[in-house]
Design a protein around this ligand. Structure first.
Ligand SMILES: [Zn+2]
Length: 383
C-alpha cells in the first residue's frame, strides 16, 4: 500500500507530464500557419462551410442541404468540392477540415459509417485530396465541435474536457492534455448509446435503454407527442399551437413554449436535464474530466435543461462529497463549433503539408545542384 506522500508524488509527476503535453500542443498551435482555412460541418440535414481565420473568426459562411441518404458518396463529394471552390473564389484557402456526422477511422482517412449518408467505409480524405489541391482533414463532428470549444469557446483552459452534443441524438468527444482521444479504432465518445435503463426504449442502434432515448431532441419530441396523442390535459396548450397536428410538434417549439412557462414543456425539459445529469455522472466515474461542455441544438434550452442536469449530476456522482466536482457549462460557439473546430484542426495539417512541400523543394534543389556538378552526358565515360 502506497503512502500518501508517494501517491501525491505520482500525481504531481503525472500532472507535470500532462501539462508538458498540453504546452507542446499549444505551442504547436502557435507555430501553425496563421492562414485562413475552410471548415465544413456535415450534419444530418445541413452542410455548412466557412472560411475561418487563426483566431476562430468566421470570415464567410455558405450552407446547403445534406444530399439524401439514397444518393451515392460521389454526390456528397461533389457538394463538398462545390462549397470549397465557391469559397476559394473569394479567399485564399490553405487547407480544408471536415467534421462529419459519422464514425471516422483512427487514421482519419475513412468514414466507416454515417447514419445520414451513403458512406460505408468511404475513403473520403483521399477522394477529396484528389479533387482539391489543398490538404484535407477528416474527423467526427463531435470531435471537431469539442476542439472548437476548447480552442475558442466554453472549453478554453480545460485540459480534461468532455463535450456532449445534444441534437436528435447524443454525440460526444473527449479531450485530454489538448488532444482528442479517438480510441483504438477512432470511434470513442459514442456516449449516446450507453445503456441507462435496462429494457428501456428501443434505440435505432438495435439496443434498448440507450442514454439518447432519454436525453435528446428525439426523446423530447417523442414524450411530447405521446402526451399530445393521448389527449392529456397538460398537452392542450401545445396541441392548440400545432392546430391539433401531433406530428407538427418539434423540439424548438417545445423549447419556445417552455420559455413562455408552459408547464408540460418545462417538465419535459427538466426530465431530460435530469437524465442528462445521470449520464454525465456516469461519464465522470469513467473519465473524471474537469469540465463538461454541453452543446448541440437542444442546449438552446439553456438553464431550463442545464440546471436540472447539474442537480442530478450532484445526486448521482460516485464518491460525492469526497471529490472535486466537474463543472457543467453550456457551449459558446453554437452551431459554428464543428465548422470552426474542423477549420482549426486543418491548420495543423496545412503546416505539415507546407513542411513536406518545403522538404520536397529542398530535395529537388539539391538534386538540381548535384546534376549541375556532373560532367555533361557523353563525356563522363572518358578517362
Ligand atoms: Zn442506442
Amino acid at each position: 500500500m502506497s503512502t500518501y506522500r508517494e501517491r501525491a508524488h505520482r500525481q504531481t509527476a503525472r500532472a507535470t507530464v500532462l501539462s508538458a503535453i498540453a504546452t507542446r500542443e499549444r505551442r504547436s498551435h502557435l507555430s501553425a500557419p496563421r492562414v485562413p482555412t475552410v471548415g465544413i460541418d456535415i450534419g444530418g440535414t445541413k452542410v455548412m462551410a466557412g472560411v475561418v481565420d487563426a483566431d476562430g473568426t468566421v470570415l464567410e459562411r455558405v450552407r446547403t442541404e445534406t444530399p439524401d441518404k439514397s444518393k451515392s458518396p460521389k454526390v456528397v463529394e461533389d457538394t463538398i468540392a462545390e462549397l470549397v471552390l465557391d469559397l476559394s473564389d473569394r479567399h485564399d484557402v490553405h487547407a480544408v477540415g471536415i467534421g462529419a456526422a459519422g464514425w471516422v477511422d483512427a487514421d482519419q482517412s475513412r468514414v466507416l459509417f454515417a447514419p445520414h449518408l451513403a458512406w460505408r467505409n468511404e475513403p473520403l480524405r483521399d477522394a477529396l485530396a484528389a479533387r482539391l489541391v489543398v490538404p484535407i482533414l477528416v474527423d467526427n463532428d463531435a470531435n471537431t465541435a469539442a476542439w472548437g470549444e476548447w480552442r475558442f469557446g466554453a472549453g478554453r483552459g480545460a485540459e480534461h474536457l468532455v463535450m456532449i452534443t445534444l441534437g436528435t441524438g447524443i454525440g460526444g468527444a473527449i479531450l485530454e492534455g489538448g488532444r482528442v482521444k479517438r480510441g483504438a479504432y477512432g470511434v470513442a465518445g459514442e456516449f449516446g448509446h450507453m445503456q441507462v435503463v435496462p429494457g428501456g426504449h428501443r434505440c435505432a442502434c438495435g439496443n434498448r435503454g440507450c442514454w439518447e432515448q432519454y436525453s435528446s431532441g428525439n426523446a423530447l419530441v417523442r414524450e411530447a407527442r405521446e402526451l399530445a396523442a393521448a389527449d392529456s390535459p397538460v398537452a392542450h396548450h401545445i396541441l392548440d399551437r400545432v392546430g391539433g397536428e401531433v406530428a407538427e410538434i418539434t423540439g424548438p417549439l417545445i423549447t419556445d413554449l417552455a420559455r413562455e412557462g408552459d408547464p408540460m414543456c418545462v417538465e419535459l425539459l427538466q426530465d431530460m436535464g435530469r437524465w442528462l445529469g445521470v449520464g454525465i455522472a456516469n461519464l465522470a466515474a469513467a473519465l473524471d474530466p474537469a469540465r463538461f461542455v454541453v452543446g448541440g441544438g437542444v442546449s438552446d434550452a439553456d438553464d431550463l435543461l442545464i440546471e436540472p442536469a447539474r442537480e442530478a449530476f450532484r445526486r448521482h456522482l460516485t464518491g460525492r462529497g469526497y471529490r472535486p466536482e466537474a463543472e457543467i457549462v453550456r457551449a459558446e460557439l453554437g452551431t459554428d463549433a464543428g465548422m470552426v473546430g474542423a477549420a482549426d484542426l486543418a491548420r495543423l495539417v496545412a503546416r505539415r503539408f507546407r513542411r513536406a512541400n518545403r522538404r520536397r523543394a529542398e530535395r529537388a534543389h539539391r538534386g538540381a545542384a548535384f546534376e549541375l556538378r556532373l560532367p555533361p552526358r557523353g563525356r563522363a565515360a572518358r578517362p
